[in-house]
Write a protein that binds this ligand. Structure first.
Ligand SMILES: [Cu+2]
Length: 286
């Protein structure tokens, strides 16, 4: 069973092992979707871009939908397994970032996620292991056409990070997470979207997994979904209420358009994404 933890609780060695695995997946593992043209890391960017209706759109779109949580759960779990395979180390797991910036909570450090973009260089990230000037982390999938090779961020330029109070009040909502006005789209809009905007740069686009912080952000959302579920044991995960339920509860999650290869061998229904333990991981603390 893989154990995921808050990045602040990781040792410097664990953090550098995680960074090393990301760099390996970016630079040393060939793509399944476009072999020779991009890396395995970039496959995850492409899948997410398609999921937002860009490139070769996925149907159904798993955003603004009850599919949001199960779909992203499978995406980031596959990314985690790809990281483990890239460095042949099953101890690598996804860390999460709790959207706080004080002290050890800040992931934007030179030894971990790197810092903000430079506003004299079109918001290019110039510090840390994913910076353009180290040329170890080249962006190769863009929302449209060919864009810049370097990662970009514009921390804090657009809105604010969700406060701990906003997280608690979202968790206290008892309505079914998947209903359009319930936990799913509510937390997608109130917690998830602002973090993408706050980081800015690549994170503000459909190709947002270009920034590795994407995975730490979605890992925290995945933990919150678990926490919400434990806090509301009597609200069904995928109940027979709400307008999408019937079709979606029994549906298969879509990660590739019909005319493109599957990014991984296994297929996942919504049902299989409802238990982290069945997917092979859990959180150190919920
Ligand atoms: Cu997404």
């Amino acid at each position: 069973m893989d154990i995921r933890r808050n990045h602040r609780d990781m040792s410097p060695q664990q953090k550098s092992a995680f960074v090393e695995a990301v760099l390996r997946l970016k630079n040393n593992v060939n793509s399944v979707l476009r072999p020779g043209q991009q890396s395995r890391y970039d496959d995850f960017v492409q899948i997410h871009k398609n999921s937002m209706g860009r490139g070769n759109p996925l149907v159904p779109n798993p955003h603004q939908s009850p599919l949001f949580y199960p779909w992203h759960r499978v995406l980031i779990r596959q990314f985690e397994l790809a990281l483990q395979a890239a460095v042949d180390d099953p101890r690598i797991t996804l860390p999460y970032w709790n959207w706080q910036l004080g002290g050890a909570d800040n992931p934007f450090t030179s030894h971990f996620m790197g810092g903000n973009g430079d506003n004299t260089q079109n918001q290019l990230v110039t510090t840390g292991p994913f910076s353009n000037n180290q040329s170890q982390f080249i962006v190769s999938v863009w929302d449209e056409g060919i864009g810049g090779a370097g990662l970009r961020r514009n921390l804090g330029a657009n809105g604010a990070l969700p406060s701990p109070e906003a997280v608690i009040s979202a968790l206290n909502r008892g309505s079914n997470w998947m209903e359009p006005e319930g936990w799913g789209s509510f937390s997608e809009n109130q917690l998830h979207n602002p973090v993408h905007s706050w980081v800015g740069g690549n994170m503000g686009e459909s190709s947002s997994p270009n920034d590795p912080i994407f995975f730490l952000h979605h890992c925290y959302l995945d933990l919150l979904w678990e926490r919400w579920r434990l806090q509301h044991p009597n609200v069904a995960f995928f109940s027979a209420e709400g307008r999408y339920v019937g079709e979606l509860a029994a549906s298969t999650l879509v990660f590739h358009p019909e005319n493109e290869p599957a990014p991984w061998a296994q297929t996942f229904g919504v049902e299989q994404a409802l238990s982290t333990e069945e997917l092979g991981y859990r959180y150190e603390y919920i």
